[in-house]
Design a protein around this ligand. Structure first.
Ligand SMILES: O=C(O)C(=O)C[C@]1(C(=O)O)C=C[C@@H](O)C=C1
Length: 357
């Protein structure tokens, strides 16, 4: 078939796609009216996941799972904005990996607020200046982000979803010849994680590695100096239109960060596979066996604990601790609700949400 004919057919399909998308959005608008009237949350991650799963099972064409997900996450984001414009606060700066995680989930239609600290993200959601907040909670190479746990302990915000994201670095530069590059800018940690790539490309000592505060800053500098490059997130390079020469240059493919989406209300709908997060402040926690007997109740109810972190309670003179616990199951599951009820004085439920990792 001639190119012209192929393009005519593509145009016809695009016309149909547009019409179908608009039909979809009319229905979404009705859903929005229902939700406003009945005070139901706009963001329903379990419903989105169910749609993706259904489409994945149905699919027998050229699109792979990631492509379907990317297209539909963008459609959901547009839908949510039609229902109610969303404003997302995240730990900045722009172009950070948290920004990338937020955009992956909330799409390009939402309004984004880059903030300078995890505390500011909590405050902004708490005071209704944003609908949701996105913060990192742990990295599989470097452990938990204590600051996030500490603010979860001190705030009324809830966890509405988790976003696991593989951390990939890109090599971006204006230079057309690799051998012209004399300086590479990035965060310290990024140099460490891309050491093999840099050594392979430049050998030892042929290029100066200059650490800066954020990978977005690295991009800004590399944009000014065509004899330099930045090691950065994909989103940062794209934002400043700095050409990416190599993608996924990190030494280890296992580098994953988990982010949390924070909201003001707990998600009540269950999905096929949920997890929950609770905070536990044991009364008389110094009594021997207190923690063990508390955990035993979970074990007896057949609840699988997947994480337990302890943080200083920061109250009183003693060494008291708050436990941050993740387990499989939803707070509405009978076997879970019984244990939560038994320990209701000691437990604060932070949320039940779809388990993605
Ligand atoms: O089903 C809903 O509750 C909707 O609001 C519709 C829709 C969608 O576009 O399919 C949009 C947002 C929700 O997060 C889930 C699904």
């Amino acid at each position: 078939m001639e190119l012209k004919e192929l393009r005519t057919q593509i145009d016809q399909i695009d016309d149909r796609l547009l019409q179908l998308l608009n039909e979809r959005m009319s229905l979404v608008k009705e859903v929005g009216k229902f939700k406003t009237k009945n005070k139901v949350l706009v963001y329903q991650p379990d419903r989105e996941k169910a749609i993706l799963d259904r489409l994945g099972d149905l699919n027998d064409g050229l699109l792979n799972e990631q492509a379907i997900e990317a297209i539909f996450l963008e459609i959901f984001a547009v839908s949510r904005n039609i229902e109610l414009p969303e404003r997302i606060a995240y730990l900045g700066p722009e172009g950070s990996f948290t920004h990338q995680a937020a955009e992956n989930r909330f799409g390009s239609m939402s309004e984004y607020l880059p903030l300078g600290s995890i505390q500011a993200v909590f405050e902004t959601v708490d005071t209704h200046r944003a609908n949701y907040g996105v913060v990192p909670i742990e990295n599989n190479q470097q452990g938990v982000v204590n600051e996030t746990i500490d603010y979860l302990v001190g705030s009324d915000l809830k966890i509405v979803a988790e976003i696991p994201m593989s951390i990939h670095f890109s090599f971006a530069t204006k230079s057309e010849k690799l051998r012209d590059i004399t300086k590479i800018y990035s965060k310290d940690i990024a140099f460490r994680q891309c050491k093999k790539f840099i050594d392979d490309l430049y050998g030892k000592n042929q290029v100066e590695l200059i650490p800066v505060n954020s990978t977005s800053k690295a991009v800004e500098i590399a944009l000014q100096d065509s004899k330099s490059a930045a090691i950065c997130s994909h989103i940062a390079a794209r934002q400043y239109n700095l050409p990416i020469l190599f993608e996924n240059i990190e030494d280890s493919r296992d580098n994953q960060t988990r982010f949390l989406i924070l909201g003001r209300e707990i998600i009540k709908e269950k999905s096929k596979k949920d997890k929950s997060t609770i905070l536990v402040k044991l009364t008389n926690s110094n009594e021997p066996g207190k923690l063990a007997s508390f955990l035993q109740d979970f074990h007896q109810a057949n609840i699988n604990l997947t994480k337990i972190e302890s943080r200083p309670a920061k109250k009183g003179k003693n060494f008291n601790y708050v436990f941050f616990i993740d387990f499989d199951g939803h707070f509405l599951d009978e076997h879970v609700s019984e244990v939560l009820e038994k320990h209701k004085k000691e437990i604060t439920l932070l949320g039940s949400y779809i388990k993605l990792c």
